[in-house]
Design a protein around this ligand. Sequence first.
Ligand code: BGC
Length: 261
Amino acid sequence: MQILGVDIGGTGIKGAIVETDTGELITERKRIETPRPATPEAVAATLRELVHAFEWKGPIGCGFPATIHHGVAFTAANIDPTWVDTAVDSLFTETTGCPCHVINDADAAGICEMRLGAGKGRKGVVMLLTIGTGIGSAVFVDGILHPNTELGHLLLETKHGAQKAEHYCSERVRVARDLGWNKFGRRFGKFLNRLEFLFNPDLFIIGGGVSKKFDRFSPNFTLRTEIKVAETLNQAGIIGAALCAADRTLKAGEDPAGQGG
Ligand code: BGC
């Protein structure tokens, strides 16, 4: 099935058409700046622009940086606060005229990594963490997603008192505080140690742009748990959102034939 996969982020809204049987992008990726302020109406209008740019008329899968409960956003940590309680699925479906399926962005990336990347075929507890403006998490038990885990909001005891993990060791913090790789590694390692203690995972997968520099900061980790870098990197959110939308489209018994663009 072909689905338009979209990853909505704080700075850019990126999309590509994905062949969900293989997870391959069958078009180039297009990116439009996220509007400011990134209100629901403004983001929906930008999504419509992207849909028009692909001349797309079929189902859409969207990764979104908030917890999404049956299509409704419950939180808004790194996006405009007006998203709280917005029915994102319906808003995007009405604005674009295409059936939209929205899930948390880290959950989308996790689905992609479990099907096609570092988590492929892995049983037990797998935790994917995306390091970006915030820290996203996706938790799988025997391949089944436990959605909306929000582990980036876990409080850590630090020298400066209790701090949310994403306020202590996200990519935004690394850049804003000009943290060296060792210091960043020690901070992120502290977060991983806490997760290891609480959840006893079998595998950590680290995603987000900074994971390309994994070798620079990972020597500071003191972990027992196996840890890998995400394999699908930049595309994971787009592909995972499309895979999720394909599953939901099939489940809903919608006929995707003739809907593709
Ligand atoms: C949000 C999560 C999101 C993560 C990555 C966090 O601030 O609360 O929902 O997955 O950022 O974008």
